[in-house]
Design a protein around this ligand. Structure first.
Ligand SMILES: [Zn+2]
Ligand SMILES: [Zn+2]
Length: 330
């Protein structure tokens, strides 16, 4: 069986490689990639190149399985990004996202989903319930999973549930926060994005535009989902004493605390989170049952693997919010 895989050469060039698939390794499972969502973090690989096949937001169907994997062929699944060890204290306590021995992420240190097939260890395969289409289920990973977990961590710092929270940056993670915040019971989500289209999407999903983006000390919880330096300083201005900033935005820039009087005299939490524990999956499915199709219709555009180069070009130009590579064999 042959596998066509994308090679990110750097300088915005994607080349193609067709390989004969090696025999499946013990304990692994082979999936046909039905959906692979582009992630903002992949832009770095599009520019800088990658040693492995990128693509870490993968939904697919098991086509081959090794003995004792416990995963049947035909199983529809999403793939957990981190190859967690299953044995450290955190893994045994259900915090796979905090694994102390994890060395590999799918699409970063081992081959990912911009391919026809992907082999992964059986324990990172998360079965998808029959009633959820895979282009909705894939949003349980970085979009709703990462933001929902981050939000819960940030809310845990607060004695009472805030009646309003701020979301800065209305890309997929920010929009996931808009959805997750309403699900958590927050009454008002005030969204900010300089891009009116993205802000409009947040409104469609139930947020209101932030009434005063210049405000000082206005929110108990501020979710910073853009990673931009301006947005980070904005979150540091907006947070109330005792509040929390959730720094979710992905960026190569350092996250700094300026030594200004305003920032010196701030008593607050900065919360940084990574991905989500697998136990969150059930609540993420429940959330996607309610809002998933609407979220998908708002943000997802579908593209073929053959169009990956063009899709990335449009993605980096800001043209697309959550492009998904969808297999024609699906
Ligand atoms: Zn991602
Ligand atoms: Zn571990």
């Amino acid at each position: 069986m042959k596998n066509r895989v994308a090679r990110f050469m750097g300088g915005q060039v994607i080349e193609w490689d067709t390989q004969e698939l090696a025999p499946l390794k013990p304990g692994e499972v082979r999936l046909r990639v039905d959906v692979c969502a582009l992630c903002g973090s992949d832009k770095r690989l599009f520019y800088g190149g990658a040693a492995v096949v990128p693509g870490h937001e993968v939904a697919g169907t098991v086509v081959e399985t090794s003995r004792d994997s416990g995963v049947p062929t035909g199983q529809r699944a999403v793939v957990y990004i981190q190859i967690f060890c299953q044995t450290c204290q955190n893994c045994r306590s259900g915090w796979e996202n905090r694994c102390e021995n994890a060395e590999q992420l799918i699409g970063w240190q081992r081959d990912g989903g911009y391919a026809e097939y992907i082999d992964v260890p059986a324990h990172v395969v998360i079965p998808v319930p029959d009633d959820l289409p895979l282009d909705v289920a894939v949003l349980a990973l970085d979009t709703v999973g990462t933001s929902g977990h981050g939000l819960r961590m940030a809310l845990r710092t607060q004695e009472t549930l805030p009646s309003k929270i701020a979301v800065i940056g209305c890309g997929p993670v920010g929009l996931g926060c808009v959805v997750a915040a309403q699900d958590a019971g927050t009454v008002e989500v005030h969204a900010y994005d300089p891009n009116p289209t993205r802000l409009g999407m947040a409104e469609q999903l139930g947020a209101v535009p932030m009434p005063d983006p210049e405000a000082d000390r206005a929110y108990h919880v501020v979710l910073e989902a853009s990673g931009m330096a301006d947005a980070r300083s904005m979150s540091q201005r907006l947070v109330r004493p005792g509040g929390a900033i959730l720094a979710l935005g992905d960026s190569a820039d350092p996250y700094t605390m300026p030594a200004t009087p305003r920032w010196r005299r701030t008593d607050c939490f900065t919360v940084r989170t990574f991905y989500f524990p697998i136990a969150d999956t059930e609540r993420n499915w429940a959330l996607l049952r309610q809002i998933g199709p609407r979220l998908r219709n708002q943000i997802v555009t579908t593209h073929s693997l053959n169009d990956l180069q063009r899709t990335f070009e449009r993605f980096v130009s800001g043209d697309l919010i959550k492009p998904c590579i969808v297999s024609e064999h699906r």
